[in-house]
Design a protein around this ligand. Structure first.
Ligand code: NIG
Ligand code: FE
Length: 398
């Protein structure tokens, strides 16, 4: 039994418990047993292991529901090219972008890919991410897509973080191929990925000039028949109908949505599909068209915020900074943004019964921040105020 005592605030992300002042959390067998005020701890402290939160702030572990881990190599030069005026899509047309990372991932051995991404995952953990979604999509052939998914599996087994694997074979059209022909290939790989249980979700980059709504419908319909859960990269640069398709097919989430309109929002509110908002991407691409997060909240859409961590359009694992961006550019209150980064992320991974809030029954994935108020986390921006991560009830050394 573990008791974390004397927290100044516990931001629970739970409707029932809200934001508790001067609270404690009791943990048993890796799960939360109780949360409440210090003076009401229901167990004897003598036999418990104690952690004195000593006036710190507790939140649930972050659930980063959209990253492109695992990848290999970097594209720091493209960052500079963009700053000098070239757009993400122009860089793509000149042989940079996703296809460049594909070349690097294909050349890497599985061992190299594993060790490279172990470091990336540990950095996410050291900034408070305790559950992370990762995608393939830098292989674009069966062998290298599977290599990526196997790396996710090994990271999940060997690191103190929960990793949810997504198959994103339809991330880009491989050089020299045509989109329709490639989609058929991707569809033919699905049974093996399912049989080997290598992915929970199937995702697609549904975007003008990449994969159309028709391609997405075909792939996702087959994926759903095989028992995969669905996600889409939708309406990132142009509105072509991916969000509507996600709502129609019962996707768990649709992600990006910077070009979404009101009709789309209504469809998402109606279907319960989670909107995963990625303000780090808009920020890092130097753009100003942030997804209309405030409006989505008002329309009753379930929202999550995530990093989109990838070597091209969003090179940060720091969920704390995403909360800052959601506040400034999407006009979320800190409470809304923190919920979107925890419980929202859990909903976007269909793990809302397991993680995302500090309440009895959930995994004891708990963060201790050395700050005087939960609002201080995004306010003291782009730095890491995390003091301790507790994963499955175990304090980690960072
Ligand atoms: O979500 N939009 C497509 N995929 C990523 C970018 C990946 C990359 O540039 O390597 C995204 O932004
Ligand atoms: Fe993405």
């Amino acid at each position: 039994m573990l008791v974390i005592r004397r927290a100044k605030q516990i931001f629970t992300s739970s409707d029932k418990y809200g934001i508790l002042e001067n609270g404690s959390v009791v943990v048993e067998d890796g799960r939360i047993l109780w949360v409440g005020p210090d003076e009401e701890i229901p167990v004897s402290l003598e036999k418990a292991r104690l952690i004195d939160a000593d006036g710190m702030v507790i939140t649930p572990g972050f659930v980063d529901a959209h990253t492109h881990i695992p990848f290999y190599g970097h594209r720091a030069d493209e960052f500079e090219m963009r700053n000098m005026g070239m757009s993400y899509m122009e860089i793509r047309e000149r042989g940079g972008g996703i296809r460049r990372t594909v070349r690097m991932v294909r050349r890497a051995t599985k061992e190299q890919l594993l060790e490279y991404n172990r470091k990336l995952v540990r950095k996410a953990l050291s900034h408070g991410t305790t559950t992370l979604e990762g995608k393939s999509g830098y292989g674009l052939n069966l062998r290298d897509e599977i290599k990526q998914l196997e790396v996710l599996r090994e990271l999940n087994e060997s690191e103190p973080i929960d990793i949810v694997p997504t198959f994103l074979g339809a991330h880009e059209i491989p050089e020299g191929k045509d989109a329709a022909e490639y989609i058929e290939e991707v569809i033919s790989w699905l049974p093996e990925i399912k049989e080997r249980n290598l992915a929970v979700f199937v995702d697609i980059f549904c975007e003008k000039g990449v994969f159309s709504v028709q391609h997405a419908r075909k792939l996702l319909t087959r994926a759903r028949e095989l028992g995969f859960k669905l996600k889409l990269h939708a309406e990132e640069f142009e509105r072509i109908g991916g969000a509507m398709l996600g709502a129609e097919l019962g996707a768990v989430s649709v992600d990006h949505l910077t070009a979404i309109n009101e009709e789309d929002m209504e469809a998402l509110a109606e279907s319960g599909t989670v909107a995963v908002l990625l303000p780090g991407t808009t920020f890092f691409l130097g753009k100003s068209d942030y997804a209309p997060g405030r409006k989505m909240l008002e329309k009753g859409v379930k929202v999550a915020i995530a990093t989109d961590f990838n070597p091209g359009s969003s090179m940060s694992q720091n969920m704390q900074f995403m909360i800052t961006l959601a506040g400034i550019y999407m006009h979320f209150t800190v409470e809304e943004a923190l919920r979107a980064a925890t419980l929202g992320g859990a909903m976007a991974l269909d793990l809302q019964d397991e993680v995302g809030s500090v309440e009895p029954g959930k995994k004891a994935d708990i963060l201790l921040f050395n700050v005087p108020d939960y609002r201080y986390i995004p306010y003291n921006y782009a730095v890491n105020n995390l003091r301790m991560v507790i994963k499955d009830g175990k304090p980690l050394t960072l």
